[in-house]
Design a protein around this ligand. Structure first.
Ligand code: GLY
Length: 312
């Protein structure tokens, strides 16, 4: 079986001036994960490395550089699923963790599958992950957008599906698009498939809001016998159709990964009003699928013996 890796950097109306950095970030994440995979590392290691790199890249809505809540803070979610054991670990509503994907990985072995907020951060400390100030996750681009939103001078674009501006604000002049989620799927030399994702959620989200990213079957799923799927987009719509499982069920019925990805996104478009997002798919044979109904999705992938591919 070939080794393979696919990453995405979010599906949304990525503005023209952010296309190049999204592409560069995806390619860097692919290279970091591929370097490990091609030296025999596990799919778990490759996914964690790729997602950590994107969490640390401030262009993406994950880790440092994430969008702000309506309170002006960052709250992060992440998850990881091992396709051979079907173990799944997720951490959500994190405010003091630089790399949520590494905390999700620690939860793969239990005792809980998902921890949130203070409990998750206590678990992190107990397992050697340091806490940081929430302000360390905030970049000037997002602070400035939040201040504009708070003043009622901008509103999230419809694609952002997020909190309305403060009631007392004047008519809004411009809209801003959402940022959305990073993810990775790796297939290693042993034939294992792992899916991973991480997000800051939707812009100006209500404090405590959690989307699809950390929810198994919604934001991700991995079954080493069938395939793995990672989703991105408007979390509330993705959850309603359990998007990752939709694509997995198509694979189980014998669909190709591209057909499965396209069918899952069609369900999202047609069954949920305003449903928007994208997904990436990888099979045990190293076949890739990807689809989105947003203006753009950033991605990069490589399969052993074939040149890497990327796009936005
Ligand atoms: N897809 C990320 C979120 O909605 O939180």
């Amino acid at each position: 079986m070939p080794i393979a890796l696919i990453v995405h950097g979010g599906a949304w109306a990525i503005p023209d001036d952010q296309v190049e950095p999204h592409q560069a970030g995806c390619r860097a994440a692919l290279a970091a994960g591929w370097d490990l995979l091609s030296r025999g590392a596990s799919a778990l290691d490759a996914c964690e490395a790729a997602v950590r790199l994107m969490e640390d890249d401030p262009i993406f809505d994950a880790g440092t550089g994430s969008v702000l809540t309506s309170d002006g803070t960052v709250e992060l979610d992440a998850a990881l699923m091992d396709g051979r054991s079907l173990r799944y670990g997720a951490a959500a509503n994190l405010r003091h963790i630089r790399n949520p994907i590494s905390l999700a990985r620690k939860l793969l072995v239990g005792p809980a599958t998902m921890l949130v907020a203070e409990g998750a951060e206590q678990f992190a400390v107990a397992h050697g992950i340091p806490l940081i100030e929430n302000s360390e996750l905030i970049v000037e681009r997002e602070r400035a957008l939040w201040e504009e939103w708070k003043a009622g001078r901008i509103a999230p674009s419809p694609e952002s599906h997020t909190s309305p501006p403060p009631a007392e604000s004047p008519p809004v002049a411009t809209t801003v698009g959402g940022h959305d989620t990073v993810g990775a799927i790796a297939l290693d030399q042993s034939g294992n498939l792992v899916a991973a994702n991480s997000t800051g959620g939707t812009p100006f989200k209500l404090p405590g809001r959690i989307g699809d990213t950390p929810m198994v079957g919604c934001g991700l799923y991995a079954d080493a016998r069938v395939g793995a799927v990672v989703c991105t987009g408007w979390g509330e719509s993705i959850v309603r159709v359990a998007l990752a499982r939709r694509a997995i069920e198509m694979l189980e019925r014998g669909a190709s990964p591209q057909t499965a990805a396209e069918a899952a996104i069609r369900v999202l478009s047609h069954q949920v009003s305003g449903g928007s997002g994208g997904c990436i798919v990888l099979t045990p044979g190293g076949q890739i699928g990807l689809s989105w109904n947003t203006r753009r999705m950033a991605y990069a992938y490589q399969v052993e013996g074939v040149q890497p591919t990327w796009g936005v």
